[in-house]
Structures are given as structure tokens and as C-alpha cells.
Design a binder for this molecule. Structure first.
Ligand code: OKP
Ligand code: ZN
Length: 345
């Protein structure tokens, strides 16, 4: 399968994130994509292509344009006032009963447009964020040109980003942008399957009241795991979208491949029932047993089987890279899913 990747994505590299009350070097770092790229090349997955450039309208189809303008302007505004020594980071959040007013000051905007501290911006961030969206869009166009499958090696990831909020290392929701692009290219029904360890709250939120995009996600029980405020089993969609959202929260620590596979088969059955024209996978590898911020127990060989199971749906399939922080094993695990799929085609 073709792989889309851009070195511009390396321009997003933050200093710290807060972890257990302590500033900690970021888990979401450029070397993650390096490891994946290295393995997919080593194992001859396919040709690596540069993304094409897309207008920002492709992004604002699923994001608020004020939010996107904020992402673009945040760093210059922050730097002008505070200098370049630290990343622009949110530090004040809206009250539960706040007025929906965007504050004038950059610190107010950082809080308005975010929902946690795991998102900051520095000098190269916006360029990398745009590039990551272009990588997803280019992957979608490879599918639209008739290829059965493609891999968009996106960084930063996207599935936590909603129409107007960044969070969980995510800024632009790459998979949502790609899904919308495929709709606009004439695909009538699109399914998104999110296998990242964390609930894809942003993707759910963007498509929650739509019946043209089905969203399924398997993840750590949000009662005990990030992102805490969504991902529960009774969130099934709203209005026209009722029945088009499927969450399968699983127990922390005891979820191994036996448990996971059953959840995956439920998602596959639901996606078949939805009867879509194209499938997108939010491919997070943080379900791995040695992931430093997660607590499922999948082993490297299980990812090969995951790829085979996804292939069994016999759909055109775009893989969009999301999380996964066990950097030494991340490349192998990612390549296992993609080769598991490709070799059973
Ligand atoms: C992004 B993705 C550890 C807490 C981490 C944010 C997790 C974001 C995960 N310092 N909180 O879904 O892999
Ligand atoms: Zn994750």
C-alpha cells in the first residue's frame, strides 16, 4: 500500500506535558513517526509519497473557522507577549456555566479552544498540524483514485480534536477531515473505526448527529481513563445520527487480545450492518502491553491479526495514524497491522 508522510510534521515538538503533576518530556514526539517510517520501509510495505497541498477549506468543513484561525495565530501572539522560551500552553479553562464568548487575550483563547494541558503550540506547530491534515487528505485521494488501501502517517494525531477544541496531543482531526473529503468526493456512507486505546471523543463529537458517517471506537473505560468525559457505551448518536455511534469501553489492566478481539468483531458486525462505501481506521497502537500511558495487554503478534480482521470486511480502507507511545516497538506494531491487512488482500 502507498504511504503518505511529510518531514514538516517534525516541526511540532513541544518541551513538556504535565504527567502526574510533574512536567515530563512529551510522549507525543517526532521520533514516533520516525520509527514507523523506518519499519514500513524496512518491511517493504509500499512507496512513500509526499502529501499534496490542500486549501484550508478542507479543514474548516469539520472545524470552526475561528478555532482554525486561533491555531494559526496562537504562536505569534504568544511569542510577542511571552517570548519563545516556553510553549504556548493553556492555563485557564471556561467555567461550566460560562458565556460562549471568545476572550481577546491569547491565554483566554488557549483555554477557550482546549480541554486539557496536553496541547501546546510552538513555532513550527501550525505548519506541522496543516501538514498532518494534508497527509490524511492525500491518503483519502489515493483511495478515491481506486486503490484498495493506503496509510496516512499523520503526526500530530487528531482523534481527540473536536470542531473547536484541541486536547490529548490533537489539534486538527485528521481522520474526520479525510472522511469529510471522501463524502465530498461522492462516497455516500463512510465508517470510521477507532482502535486507539483512548476514546476518539473529537471524531464522535464531529459526526454525532450525522447518519452518513458511522463511528465505532474501542477504548479504555472512560470512568477510569482519559478522556474521562466521553466514550461511554450509552452514547449512540443523536437526531439523524442516532444509532450511528458505537462505543465499546473495556476494563483497564485485564483487556488482552481475547477480550479485545471480541469487541473488534462487534465493531466489524456493526460496520457491515451500516453498509458503507469506504472505511477509515484511526490507527493507535497504544493498546500494546508496554505502552507507557495505557493499560491494555495486546502483544506485537496480535496486531497482525488485527490487520487481518480489518481486511476481512473487504472494504476500501484508509489507515490514519493516531497514538502509540512505546517508541521502540511502535514501528513493528504499526507495520504488523498494515502487513496483516495487505498480505491477506
Ligand atoms: C492521545 B491519543 C499522561 C496523560 C496523557 C493525554 C493522553 C492523550 C492520548 N501524561 N493524557 O489518543 O493516543
Ligand atoms: Zn491514544
Amino acid at each position: 500500500m502507498k504511504i503518505v508522510y511529510s518531514d514538516d510534521q517534525r516541526l511540532h515538538a513541544l518541551r513538556y506535558e504535565m504527567s502526574g503533576g510533574e512536567p515530563t518530556p512529551c510522549f507525543e514526539k517526532p521520533s514516533r513517526a520516525d520509527m514507523v517510517l523506518e519499519q514500513v520501509i524496512k518491511r517493504n510495505l509500499g512507496e512513500v509519497l509526499e502529501p499534496k497541498e490542500y486549501s484550508i477549506e478542507h479543514v474548516t468543513k469539520v472545524h470552526d473557522s475561528g478555532y482554525i484561525a486561533f491555531l494559526e495565530n496562537c504562536w505569534p501572539a504568544w511569542e510577542a507577549e511571552f517570548g519563545a522560551a516556553n510553549d504556548a500552553t493553556p492555563e485557564a479553562f471556561p467555567m461550566h456555566d460560562f458565556r460562549h464568548k471568545v476572550p481577546a487575550h491569547i491565554k483566554g483563547q488557549l483555554g477557550y479552544y482546549s480541554f486539557d494541558l496536553a496541547v501546546g503550540l510552538s513555532a513550527g506547530s501550525w505548519q506541522a498540524i496543516k501538514s498532518s491534515a494534508n497527509v490524511a487528505l492525500s491518503g483519502a485521494d489515493i483511495i478515491a483514485s481506486g486503490e484498495r488501501t493506503a496509510f496516512s502517517l499523520c503526526r500530530p494525531p487528531g482523534h481527540h480534536a473536536s470542531a473547536e477544541q484541541m486536547g490529548g496531543y490533537c489539534y486538527v482531526n485528521n481522520v474526520a477531515v479525510a472522511a469529510q473529503h471522501l463524502r465530498d468526493k461522492g462516497y455516500k456512507k463512510v465508517a470510521i473505526l477507532d482502535v486507539d486505546y483512548h476514546h476518539g471523543n473529537g471524531t464522535q463529537s464531529i459526526f454525532y448527529n450525522r447518519d452518513d458517517v458511522f463511528v465505532a471506537s474501542i477504548h479504555g473505560d472512560p470512568d477510569y481513563e482519559y478522556p474521562y468525559f466521553s466514550g461511554y457505551g450509552d452514547e449512540t448518536g443523536e437526531g439523524a445520527g442516532l444509532g450511528c455511534n458505537l462505543n465499546i469501553p473495556l476494563t483497564l489492566h485485564t483487556t488482552d487480545w481475547v477480550v479485545y478481539k471480541e469487541a473488534l468483531q462487534r465493531c466489524i458486525a456493526a460496520i457491515k450492518e451500516f453498509d458503507c462505501d469506504v472505511l477509515l481506521i484511526s490507527l493507535g497502537l497504544d493498546t500494546f502491553e508496554n505502552d507507557p500511558i495505557s493499560s491494555f495487554k495486546l502483544k506485537s503478534e496480535n496486531f497482525t491479526e488485527m490487520g487481518k480482521l480489518i481486511e476481512s470486511m473487504q472494504l476500501s480502507t484508509l489507515f490514519v495514524f493516531e497514538g502509540g507511545y512505546a517508541v521502540e516497538d511502535l514501528g513493528v506494531n504499526t507495520a504488523n497491522v498494515l502487513l496483516g491487512f495487505q498480505e491477506s488482500m
